[in-house]
Each structure stands twice: as structure tokens, then as C-alpha cells.
Design a protein around this ligand. Structure first.
Ligand code: PEP
Length: 249
């Protein structure tokens, strides 16, 4: 049985004051029914590390460098994140692919760096609306996955994958549970075909997940939780999404 996971991606939101209110509310809530991760902006890692120490909520980051160390101004390495007790790091988010020109091989190297630093990469894949409408979803997602699978080899069971259709991110337009399940089943099969030890790999759905649609999505057989953007910024909404993880397949 795969344990469900809900990860919040705060993106470039927050302040010292707002973070404290949000994290205090998450920590004060009853013990979560699943693994919970909050991926905060880099400057707030130390604050979040302090507020989450000894709690059931795990700390994550939103990106790491493809380089191990060196003259890369502005970059943050996976080992640096680990120094702040980050257990997870998002790599390959569609916003980074689109706005920072990250290609599939860069994303794969970032996932490798995260694993090497002892963290779990949450590797994002997903198609644009145009690609979906042209029937290219599996081809696009398959290519994104293969780059990661080829580089990580038999370590792929150590990663978490997040299927995030680009057209559903921050748009309020969610993939239907059936649409999401179809792609998740494809992803699981592709991972198992690459290595049989990937049978239990955790697959998150991301894209406008909210308290009122989370339970139905999380109840799909190949959906093991969610990567949550907007709804992770309000404690009540995020806690309601976390609670929806009790609805298992
Ligand atoms: C995301 O940014 O990973 C995301 C899924 O955002 P939202 O939930 O706001 O669509």
C-alpha cells in the first residue's frame, strides 16, 4: 500500500510574518493522515526549519542547482538545502521549464543531485494545452520521464513524480479525475517498464487542487496525493486537502 503524500508549493509567496501564521496553524492541526511537505522559498528555509522541527510536517525546497558547487552566482545546491533539513525538493516545475528554459536533461541532473544529497526529488512532468489537444500527452510526458529514468537507473523508486498538466496550474481548471488517472496509470507503467522496483513509486497530481476536488482525485487508483500551489497558502484550505488524503483507492 502506497502512503499518500500532500506537498505544498508556496512558489514566490510569503513573508516572515505570514509564514509564521501559516506554519503555526499547520503545526497546531491534528496529526495528518498522510505525509505532508511544505516547499518554501529559499530565504525562509531557516525560519521554516525552526518552526517545523519535531513536528509531523516535512520541509522542502522548490528547486536546486544542477551543479554540485562552484562559480554559479545565485544558485543553491542540493547539499545546501540539506543543511536546512530539507527532505524534499521540487525539480522540473513547469514554471521553471517555461520561464528559466530548463530542459529534460537539466531536470534529470537536478533529480540526481537531490538524491545524491539525501533528499527526495519531486519531479514534475506535464503537457501544455496545445500538446493535449494534439493528442501528444503521452509522447511529451514519456519523453520527460525517460530523461529522468535513464539518468537515475535503478534509483527511480526513490523519487516522487508529480503529473502537473500545464493547463491546470493556477488556472482553476483541474484535470478530471479520469483524465488525471489515465496519465498516472501511463506514468506508473512507464516507470515499471524501466525498472520493476518502481511499482510502488508515488505519483502526485498537481493543478488547481482545492478542498472541493481533492478527495475525488486522491481516490483514483494511481493517484497517491497532490502537489498543491494556491491552496497551500491558506492553512484551512491546505489542511482540508491534506485531510482528503484519507480517501484512498
Ligand atoms: C503548482 O504550482 O505546482 C500547482 C499545482 O499550482 P496550483 O495548485 O495553484 O494550480
Amino acid at each position: 500500500m502506497r502512503r499518500k503524500m500532500v506537498a505544498g508549493n508556496w512558489k514566490m509567496h510569503g513573508s516572515l510574518a505570514a509564514n509564521k501564521v501559516l506554519l503555526d496553524a499547520l503545526v497546531a492541526a491534528p496529526a495528518p493522515v498522510c505525509d505532508v511537505v511544505v516547499c518554501v522559498p529559499g530565504p525562509y528555509l531557516a525560519q521554516a526549519q525552526g518552526l517545523l522541527a519535531g513536528t509531523a510536517i516535512n520541509l522542502g525546497a522548490q528547486d536546486c542547482s544542477a551543479h554540485e558547487q562552484g562559480p554559479y552566482t545565485g544558485e543553491v545546491s542540493a547539499n545546501m538545502l540539506r543543511d536546512f533539513a530539507c527532505g524534499h525538493v521540487i525539480v522540473g516545475h513547469s514554471e521553471r521549464r517555461a520561464s528559466f528554459c530548463e530542459d529534460d536533461s537539466t531536470v534529470a541532473i537536478k533529480a540526481q543531485r537531490a538524491l545524491d544529497a539525501g533528499m527526495t526529488p519531486i519531479v514534475c512532468v506535464g503537457e501544455t494545452l496545445e500538446q493535449r489537444e494534439h493528442g501528444q500527452t503521452e509522447a511529451v510526458v514519456g519523453t520527460q520521464l525517460d530523461a529522468v529514468f535513464m539518468l537515475l537507473g535503478q534509483r527511480i523508486h526513490q523519487i516522487v513524480l508529480a503529473y502537473e498538466p500545464v493547463w491546470a496550474i493556477g488556472t482553476g481548471r483541474t484535470a478530471s479525475p479520469m483524465q488525471a488517472q489515465q496519465v498516472h496509470a501511463f506514468i506508473r507503467q512507464r516507470a515499471i517498464r524501466h525498472h520493476s522496483n518502481a511499482v510502488g513509486i508515488r505519483l502526485l497530481y498537481g493543478g488547481s487542487v482545492k478542498p472541493d476536488n481533492a478527495a475525488e482525485l486522491f481516490a483514483q487508483p494511481d493517484i497517491d496525493g497532490g502537489l498543491i500551489g494556491g491552496a497551500s497558502l491558506k492553512a484551512a484550505d491546505f489542511l482540508a486537502v491534506v485531510d482528503a488524503a484519507r480517501f484512498s483507492a
